[in-house]
Design a protein around this ligand. Structure first.
Ligand SMILES: [Zn+2]
Ligand SMILES: [Zn+2]
Length: 139
């Protein structure tokens, strides 16, 4: 078991269960991953795990700030380890490939609306849509 991941979990106030460690470990090598893919990777290490427990673990890790959840229109919820830098995403309209785009400001909200109608703005969710390099090459 990876002790760095265990201490990350404890630092976030969570118990370092085998399931949570396995999910974080699987996510180290995957960016923008849906629960189904996480489940397939985790069940290789923990054959007794279920898709429902993977969903629960992903929700707990997201609430604790260890994972970030994004949900581009038309896509399942996706999770990533890169948290806390307010980065944005660019999504291919043809194949759904997702890339990270650094936020120039680095913290939320990085955009200020001209008028927020009295709301206190906490975050701006920016998704860029376009065509990825491999779809451009295929065209
Ligand atoms: Zn594409
Ligand atoms: Zn990302």
């Amino acid at each position: 078991m990876d002790t760095t991941l265990e201490s990350a979990l404890r630092g976030a106030g969570l118990k370092a269960t085998a399931g949570r460690v396995a999910v974080l470990e699987a996510m180290e090598s995957m960016a923008h991953t849906d629960a189904e893919r996480v489940f397939r990777a985790v069940s290789e290490v923990l054959p007794t795990t279920s898709i429902q427990s993977v969903h629960n673990i992903l929700a707990d890790l997201t609430t604790a700030g260890l994972l970030r959840r994004i949900e581009p229109a038309g896509s399942a919820a996706l999770y990533e380890r890169r948290t806390g830098d307010n980065h944005h995403h660019v999504v291919c309209t043809q194949c759904g490939a997702i890339g990270d785009v650094d936020c120039v400001v680095g913290e939320a909200p990085c955009l200020t609306p001209s008028s927020a109608g009295g709301f206190t703005v906490q975050t701006a969710e920016v998704t860029f849509w376009g065509v990825c390099p491999s779809c451009q090459n295929a065209a």
